[in-house]
Design a protein around this ligand. Structure first.
Ligand code: SF4
Length: 338
């Protein structure tokens, strides 16, 4: 992995933000891309936001990209481009929590701060047989204390990396490699056969299902796009005009919707096709989207503050949520429509 052994705090930070809620294989090419395009924190600070969002496209949890950009600008301005050096200063950065601060402090500066991520929770709860829920206040305190006691203070960076790697590659969530484990003799979960129940989590996330009806409104002048600026999912990404509904609609229902009436006043005969339902799982929401293709002989009278008209060949310059990207790829719409 390209960030292994990295001592440059900017690159450690970059890799840690990318790896939050992302698998290594998925984050790897994004890290390479960001490192190449923005080798220094000032380069990232000077980049236009749309460019950063486009480079992040497909990685999900877009607040990370916004915080990354905000923090780069903050470091460039407040710290004159020099990455902060103390744990407290690092922790004060937007988008940086105790785990990321510990990782940067220990990997880049060799400071004695234990990292506690999902891998560490798993290894410690199994080895020590701790069933306190890891997502409870009590659990977080207990595991953090234990991790701090176990930390090798002479080599905190190497120790942290080792326990994370051990959890990721040996003591995995499913099918841990117990038969071939150095820690067998002291591992409570192994002795008591509790690998499948440890670590314990208290809360089960209940996902909300949302239905999006996207209107692909195309005229000879181009397609309508909208930038999501509200405090909701996918902030600062682009999408087609959308109507959120309670369920997937029938054609007869769609043509009664306000958005359809506003953008396709000519009626049902303008509908060219409807896609299959596309689905995207987010941490707290399940999104189901259907794409309705509407062909117009001239551009409708649209709200210029809300929408922008984009030529089809320029679509690939915009950062879209994954669900729209999948639809575009399915249709090869980046190249040709309907
Ligand atoms: S014995 Fe199994 S559960 Fe225990 S630390 Fe090793 S791999 Fe993990």
């Amino acid at each position: 992995m390209p960030w292994k052994g990295e001592k440059n705090p900017y690159l450690v930070w970059l890799s840690e933000i990318i790896l939050q809620q992302t698998r290594v294989e998925q984050g790897w090419p994004y890290f390479e891309r960001f490192r190449e395009k923005y080798p220094k924190v000032e380069d990232l600070a000077d980049a236009p936001e749309d460019e950063v969002m486009k480079l992040w496209e497909g990685l999900g949890y877009y607040s990370r990209a916004r915080n990354l950009h905000f923090t780069a600008k903050y470091i460039a301005k407040e710290f004159k481009g020099v990455f902060p050096k103390t744990y407290e200063e690092i922790l004060s950065l937007k988008g940086v929590g105790p785990y990321t601060a510990s990782a940067i402090a220990s990997f880049a500066y060799g400071l004695p701060h234990a990292v506690v991520d999902g891998n560490v929770y798993r290894v410690l709860s199994r080895c020590f047989g701790i069933d306190t829920p890891i997502d409870s206040t009590k659990g977080k305190k207990e595991f953090n204390q234990l991790a701090d006691e176990l930390l090798n203070r002479k080599k905190p960076g190497e120790y942290n990396q080792a326990i994370i790697d051990f959890g990721a590659t040996h003591c995995m969530p499913k099918n841990p490699m117990c038969g071939d484990c150095e820690l067998q003799a002291i591992c409570v979960a192994f002795k008591e056969g509790k690998q499948g129940v440890l670590p314990v989590k208290e809360k089960k996330i209940k996902k909300r299902t949302r239905y999006f009806q996207y209107l692909i409104v195309e005229s000879p002048d181009g397609l309508l796009l909208h930038k999501r600026v509200e405090k909701d999912i996918w902030q600062n990404l682009y999408e087609f005009p959308v109507q959120e509904t309670e369920k997937i609609l029938e054609t007869s229902e769609l043509i009664e919707e306000d958005l359809f009436l506003a953008l396709a006043p000519g009626g049902k005969e303008l509908l060219q096709a409807v896609s299959r339902p596309f689905q995207q799982m987010l941490s707290h929401q399940k999104i189901i989207a259907v794409f309705w293709e509407i062909s117009l002989s001239k551009t409708p009278d649209y709200d210029k503050e809300k929408y922008l008209l984009v030529e089809r060949e320029n679509l690939s310059k915009f950062a879209f949520p994954k669900i729209i990207d999948r639809y575009l790829q399915d249709k090869s719409l980046y190249l040709k429509m309907i």
